[in-house]
Ligand binder design. Structure first.
Ligand code: NAG
Ligand code: NAG
Ligand code: NAG
Ligand code: NAG
Ligand code: NAG
Length: 224
C-alpha cells in the first residue's frame, strides 16, 4: 500500500513537472516581427523624455515575438538561457545598433536583453540567441517599411492624415502579405506607431497577419 502511494505521488509529481515543462517552453504558432516609428515612442513618453532629443526618422526593430493564434497573450518569459552579451558578435552588435536601437532610454544592450528574455526564450527551439538576432536583422533589411511608405508618398506630416487602408495597402502591395498596424493615442489623435509583419513557425515564410487591428480602424491615423 505504501508502495502504491509513493508511486502514485511520483506519478502526480512527474505529471506536474511535465505540465510545467510544456507551459514554460512556450509553444507558439507564428512570429510577429514588429517595427516601430521612433518619433511616436518619444511623443507619448511624458514622464521621461527620450535620451536622444531628435528621434531617428526611420522604422527600427521593436522585436520578434513568438505568438499564439488561440491565446492572444503571446507566450513570454519562458524558461531558457537568459541573454548573453558575448553571444552577439561585434559585427552583429554594430548592425543592431542601427536597426534595433533603444530609442527611449538609449541603452541598446538592455533593450536586446529585455526582448530576448521576454520573447526570444519562447522560440529557442527554433532560433538560438544568435539566430534570433540575425533573423530579425535580415527581416529588417528585407522589409524596409520607411521605403515602402515613402514610395507611396506616406511621409511624416503634421497636416495630413491617412486611413488604416491607405497605410496597409502599399505595404501589402510591396510585400504580398497583410500587415498589422499599431497606434498610440496622443490626446485626440492616434499616431502610427508600429507595423507588424507575420512569419511562420520557422520565422522564414512571410504570412498574412490576421489579428484585429491595433489602431482604431475607421478613425484617421497621423504619421508625424
Ligand atoms: C499556443 O498554441 C499552441 C498550439 O496551438 C498550444 O499548444 C499552446 O498551448 C499555446 N501556448 C500558449 C502559451 O497559449
Ligand atoms: C545597459 O544595460 C546593460 C544590461 O542590462 C547593463 O549591464 C549596463 O550597465 C547598462 N548600461 C548603462 C550605461 O546603464
Ligand atoms: C530604407 O529606406 C530608406 C528610405 O528609402 C533608406 O534611406 C534606408 O537606407 C533603407 N534602409 C535599408 C536598411 O536599406
Ligand atoms: C513603389 O510603388 C510602385 C507603384 O506605385 C510599386 O509598384 C512598387 O512595388 C513600389 N516599390 C516599393 C519598394 O514599395
Ligand atoms: C488566423 O490564421 C490561423 C492560421 O491559418 C488560424 O488558425 C486562425 O484561426 C486565424 N485567426 C483568425 C482570428 O482569423
Amino acid at each position: 500500500m505504501a508502495m502504491l502511494k509513493s508511486s502514485l505521488a511520483f506519478l502526480v509529481l512527474a505529471f506536474a513537472f511535465f505540465l510545467c515543462f510544456i507551459m514554460s517552453t512556450g509553444s507558439y504558432d507564428y512570429f510577429q516581427f514588429v517595427q516601430q516609428w521612433p518619433p511616436t515612442n518619444c511623443r507619448v513618453r511624458i514622464k521621461q523624455p527620450c535620451s536622444n532629443p531628435r528621434p531617428l526618422q526611420y522604422f527600427t526593430i521593436h522585436g520578434l515575438w513568438p505568438s499564439n493564434y488561440s491565446n492572444p497573450t503571446m507566450p513570454s518569459n519562458c524558461i531558457g538561457s537568459q541573454f548573453e552579451w558575448r553571444k552577439l558578435y561585434p559585427h552583429m552588435r554594430s548592425k543592431l545598433k542601427i536597426s534595433w536601437p533603444d530609442v527611449e532610454s538609449g541603452n541598446d544592450t538592455k533593450f536586446w536583453e529585455g526582448e530576448w528574455n521576454k520573447h526570444g526564450t519562447c522560440s529557442v527551439e527554433k532560433l538560438n540567441q544568435m539566430q534570433y538576432f540575425e533573423r530579425s536583422y535580415a527581416m529588417w533589411r528585407s522589409y524596409n517599411i520607411t521605403k515602402i511608405l515613402q514610395n507611396a508618398s506616406i511621409v511624416p506630416s503634421t497636416t495630413r492624415t491617412w486611413t488604416y487602408s491607405d497605410i496597409v495597402s502599399p505595404i501589402k502591395a510591396a510585400t504580398g502579405r497583410t500587415p498589422l498596424l499599431r497606434c498610440k493615442q496622443d490626446k485626440k489623435t492616434q499616431l502610427l506607431h508600429e507595423v507588424v509583419l507575420c512569419f511562420d513557425y520557422n520565422a522564414l515564410i512571410h504570412i498574412d497577419c490576421n489579428r484585429t487591428a491595433g489602431c482604431r480602424n475607421p478613425l484617421s491615423i497621423s504619421f508625424e
